[in-house]
Design a protein around this ligand. Structure first.
Ligand SMILES: C[S@@+](CC[C@H](N)C(=O)[O-])C[C@H]1O[C@@H](n2cnc3c(N)ncnc32)[C@H](O)[C@@H]1O
Length: 378
């Protein structure tokens, strides 16, 4: 099966970008979602891809070399992903094992939580090979159980959204042990595929600057505040279930002096007047795409200006954006314009990004989806 792509797509694929949009396909055969086809330009082979006529991303490249997409192919890719993460076993029992396009398996996400796997399939192509993928994961990793967490995004590929146990036994309650810290998480009912694994390294880096008073905004399970281990910590989080996780995690890690505020951070900042020497701002993606960027920048400016008011001189401010639409340069621009309002200097202490089990592949610009910066107020 062959699909002819246009010049724009050919040039992108030359740089090993893996997506071809509907309007970039000149002709394709009638096919079912997820069928494997050769992408050709002017009749010449360019790549092997999953085709899905139902999806705006109509072709997802699975290989730039002519190859059979069979059990052997998946086994090789999965083994490579496992091998790449070997070092992480020393610091954590939980990490992302396979990160979709960034591990050259478009639409396959696998997180390892101790002896359990939580998987998410977001392409029709991988869905067609689900049985093979499961067999390989079971053979290589011998998990106690595998749970599939369905992402809403599956609808765009014409796939059903059903979360379900796929293999063995799985329990909802699980304790992540990471750099000696413990985090209670819900494998089945938690956000994403569970815990924010992508922030592991940043939690450690930022946590080292914790001293007297930490303010953890958009705290989720309390990871940053717990790593910071300050004399006093205030966590602000809107979700009731996340707040109860923070409570459990503070107990698990013997944090003595803390307060958990269940509130909207924007409203909280209107009234807060206590000061801190470490503030973390790690909101959800305000801008999922470039169109929503203007509103997101306004929200961000409000958060930074009002946090700077609460930050003592010499204190640290960590900013994180988990949206590709708001990048590191945007965060720096926002911080600079906010510093003018606060009448202070801001030093850049660290540039931050997602941890290595969520690879940033230079050829795939949108694989850099979590960026951050740690600043010091002077
Ligand atoms: C990206 S997560 C934070 C991850 C966390 N810092 C960590 O490392 O585990 C964003 C969190 O913000 C919470 N949230 C979303 N909107 C909020 C708001 N307006 N006020 C407070 N919390 C909010 C979500 O429930 C979610 O737990």
């Amino acid at each position: 099966m062959k699909a002819e792509i246009n010049k724009e797509a050919f040039l992108k694929l030359k740089k090993r970008f893996p997506w071809v949009y509907k309007n970039e396909i000149i002709s394709m055969p009638e096919c079912n979602p997820g069928d494997v086809a050769d992408l050709v330009y002017k009749g010449e082979y360019v790549a092997t891809a999953f085709l899905n006529p139902l999806s705006k991303i109509t072709a997802r490249v699975i290989s730039f070399e002519k190859t059979y997409i069979d059990r052997e192919f998946f086994e090789k890719r999965i083994k490579e992903a496992i091998e790449k993460r070997k070092g992480l076993e020393k610091i954590t029992n939980s990490y992302r094992l396979i990160h979709s396009e960034a591990d050259f398996l478009p639409g396959l996400i696998v997180d390892k939580y101790g002896e359990y796997l939580v998987i998410s399939i977001t392409s029709a192509g991988i869905e067609n090979f689900k049985g093979v993928v499961l067999e390989i994961l079971i053979e290589l990793l011998k998990p106690k159980g595998i749970y599939e967490k369905a992402d809403k995004i599956r609808e765009k590929e014409g796939l059903e959204v059903i979360s379900q146990k796929l293999y063995g036994e799985i329990e909802d309650d699980f304790i992540i042990v990471e750099n000696g810290k413990k985090f209670f998480t819900n494998l089945i009912s938690g956000q994403k595929t569970g815990f924010f694994l992508d922030q592991r390294k940043n939690r450690k880096t930022v946590g080292e600057y914790g001293n007297k008073r930490t303010l953890d905004l958009f705290a989720n399970a309390g990871g940053f505040g717990i790593y910071a281990n300050a004399s006093f910590t205030k966590f602000v989080e809107i979700s009731a279930s996340a707040c109860s996780l923070i409570e459990k995690n503070c107990e698990l890690n013997n944090l003595q002096n803390y307060e958990i505020i269940k509130a909207d951070v924007f409203k909280f900042l209107e009234k807060e007047n206590e000061t801190y020497d470490l503030i973390i701002i790690d909101p959800p993606a305000f801008a999922k795409n470039k169109n929503a960027k203007k509103g997101a920048l306004k929200g961000w400016k409000y958060l930074i200006v009002n946090s700077l008011k609460l930050l003592e001189k010499g204190g640290y401010l960590a900013l994180f954006s988990c949206s590709h639409a708001i990048n590191q340069k945007d965060l720096l621009d926002l911080a600079l314009s906010s510093s003018v309002i606060d009448n202070c200097y801001l030093e850049v202490v660290e540039f931050l990004k997602q941890d290595i089990d969520h690879p940033y592949v230079l050829n795939i610009p949108n694989s850099l989806y979590l960026t951050g910066v740690l600043l010091r107020k002077v």
